[in-house]
Design a protein around this ligand. Structure first.
Ligand SMILES: Nc1ncnc2c1ncn2[C@@H]1O[C@H](COP(=O)(O)OP(=O)(O)OP(=O)(O)O)[C@@H](O)[C@H]1O
Length: 611
């Protein structure tokens, strides 16, 4: 174990003690690379700290972050951390500092001037004082010190002058361009001219001494006058005091009564809140169709265990409009207040009208338990439809038309999410177990919008988007990571092979994109498609088109992947064929032979757009 590792570990533990946050106290155990908000390099150096909006308090000491030589970002915005802006000069690799919205005071450490790679420095909404250091790193592209108590003239370095007045606003004693506060007043120049002469300063000292003497004399005279007045009016004062005491007593009794009444109201409200807390909240203000207790009492069946926790099916026969519902018991979430949690769920609910998105019916929030209630999708998951009962006689063939319909529905849902849900990855976990088939066999996408509820280390370990090539290479995800997941899903739909990136625990999968490329290269192309569809003669052109768009979505480079709008256009243009022609058993006469594919498939894999 290197000395640096020990130092970094100690520094993290010191921060843990300072923040003393219940979530971090529980979560920050074991190896730091798994800790919430901590990013580590492969050799276990801390490379990033990201703990924004967690309500963290505590005073960070000047050397609180001094032991992370590999740190590239420190994001602590929207907490209540106090202390000076700490010395970060030993973290030479720092690119992003966001300490905005805290309670930092004192001067901005001039040590930050030595960070040559610094790209963003955000210190707004604190209580910082003193002048702005002469930052002039050409790398600095984002800079904000607004809403502090900074003083003096803004340094005239080209970099600081390149930011707008907004970066400096609400610092009343800050002056000069780019701020809107001119520096002309003598107060500024007197206060901040570094070589102010001693004569002036001794004159000022003399002035202050005289003023204090005058105030002292006035104060003494006032006390004497009061003393005389007191003796003169002693009797009257006594009477007044008596009356005042009487009034006070009455006021006190009244106040006591008021306080008691208020307390009663608080208790009633608390009780009401407590009762509310035990209630299921139905989305969109819909009246409760069933209660939490009904869920607990209903016959339940475990459906599986996902990243958000266990999922159950509860049979609620007899309730208006609802027969069975699915309950997800959430765990490993970010520490979210009821308000934040509700806000997130309301955002999800706002999209419940799309025909290919599974609506959220209700939720339950308490400190220890968080539940999501969904409609039960009668025909189960796409995963089961593709892979279920494979070698059984009971299997109902999953034909080309149904697969194309799923591909279209999911593409439309994802396009909708990409347009309407903000965030890096509007879904983040698109895979065949999260595509459900309702009673009409319509594909509905579930678990959308939940990615922001999960802590980053858990998301990066378990969500599909974080398995994308871009996350593996540079730890970045984007909407295009959802596009990549959609490509993998199409390959699963076409090949009926389990994708390694989304295989449920205990099931082996293959890297489908690599596998398809290999199949074409080694000329066993006919084996790409699931025999259940490859024997459908009429489906061949459509399958090739779907394979082509799937491979474009799976491109290693996110920039080369199409947007979902383009994907929808391509998938919608694939002709729906009359499958009755294929009804005869073609198993001995497969339409997609190596010969039939040998011309089209290599061109397709090479990205030939004419197909
Ligand atoms: N509303 C639903 N109707 C029918 N089946 C569902 C429903 N929601 C989930 N399931 C099924 O329940 C099982 C468990 O789901 P869950 O979402 O907990 O895990 P998962 O989808 O396997 O993984 P992840 O949590 O990563 O999404 C899955 O097979 C899923 O298809």
């Amino acid at each position: 174990m290197s000395q640096s590792f020990v130092q970094e570990m100690d520094a993290l533990l010191a921060l843990k003690a300072i923040f003393n946050d219940p979530f971090l106290n529980k979560n920050w155990t074991g190896a730091p690379s798994h800790w919430y908000g901590i990013q580590c390099s492969h050799d276990d150096h801390v490379t990033g700290i990201s703990l924004q909006s967690m309500g963290l308090t505590g005073k960070v000491s000047a050397d609180g972050f001094a032991y992370f030589p590999e740190l590239t970002f420190i994001i602590l915005n929207n907490n209540s951390i106090s202390g000076n802006v700490v010395n970060l000069s030993s973290s030479h690799k720092l690119k992003h500092i966001d300490l905005s919205g805290n309670r930092l005071y004192g001067q901005i450490s001039p040590s930050l001037m030595s960070l040559d790679l610094l790209e963003s420095l955000q210190l707004q909404d604190n209580s910082l004082t003193g002048p702005i250091p002469e930052f002039n790193q050409s790398s600095l592209k984002v800079f904000n010190v607004s809403n502090n108590n900074l003083e003096g003239k803004i340094p005239t370095t080209p970099v600081l002058q390149s930011f707008s007045s907004v970066s400096y606003s609400n610092n009343h004693e800050l002056c000069g361009p780019p701020s809107e506060n001119p520096c002309s007043s003598s107060a500024f120049s007197e206060k901040y001219t570094s070589n102010s002469d001693n004569k002036d300063s001794s004159k000022r000292t003399y002035k202050f001494a005289t003023m204090f003497l005058i105030f002292d004399v006035i104060g003494l005279v006032a006390v004497l006058l009061l003393f005389i007045l007191y003796y003169k009016r002693a009797k009257k004062l006594k009477k007044m005091i008596k009356n005042m005491q009487k009034d006070l007593k009455e006021d006190g009794e009244e106040a006591e009564a008021e306080a008691e009444a208020e307390e009663r109201v608080v208790v009633v409200e608390e009780k009401r809140e407590e009762n509310n807390k035990k209630k299921l909240i139905f989305m969109g203000g819909v009246e409760a169709e069933f209660e939490l207790n009904d869920l607990f009492k209903a016959p339940a069946e475990g459906l599986g265990k996902g990243i958000f926790g266990n999922t159950y099916k509860a049979k609620l026969e007899g309730y208006m409009g609802v027969k069975s519902v699915v309950v997800k018991r959430l765990r490993d979430l970010k520490p979210l207040s009821n308000e934040e949690f509700t806000k997130q769920l309301n955002m999800i609910h706002a999209h419940h009208n799309h025909p290919n998105l599974l609506p959220l019916l209700a939720y339950y929030y308490s400190k220890d338990e968080k539940l999501l209630v969904y409609r039960y999708a009668e025909n189960g998951s796409l995963f089961n439809r593709i892979h279920g009962e494979k070698s059984s006689k009971d299997r109902i063939a999953f034909r080309w038309g149904s697969r194309l319909s799923v591909a279209r529905g999911v593409a439309r849902a994802l396009e909708y999410l990409h347009i309407n849900i903000s965030g890096m990855v509007p879904h983040g976990n698109l895979k065949s177990t999260n595509i459900l088939l309702d009673e009409h066999e319509t594909a509905v996408v579930s678990d959308y919008g939940l990615s922001s509820l999960v802590a980053l280390p858990i998301a990066s370990q378990r969500m599909v988007s974080y398995k994308s090539p871009e996350y593996q290479s540079n730890k970045r995800v984007s909407r295009k990571s959802d596009v990549w997941s959609y490509g993998c899903l199409l390959l699963e739909l076409l090949t009926s092979r389990v994708s390694v990136h989304s295989a449920p625990p205990g099931i082996n999968g293959v890297d489908l994109s690599t596998w398809v490329h290999r199949a074409v290269r080694e000329e066993w192309t006919a084996e790409i498609f699931d025999p259940e569809i490859s024997k459908q003669r009429s489906a061949c052109p459509g399958m090739l088109k779907l394979l082509q768009i799937a491979l474009r979505c799976c491109d290693k480079s996110p920039e080369k992947r199409p947007e979902m709008t383009e994907v929808v256009r391509v998938v919608e243009n694939i002709k729906v064929v009359d499958e009755s022609e294929d009804d005869e058993d073609l198993s001995g006469d497969p339409s997609l032979t190596d010969d039939s594919l040998s011309i089209t498939a290599p061109a397709m894999v090479a990205g030939d757009q004419r197909l």
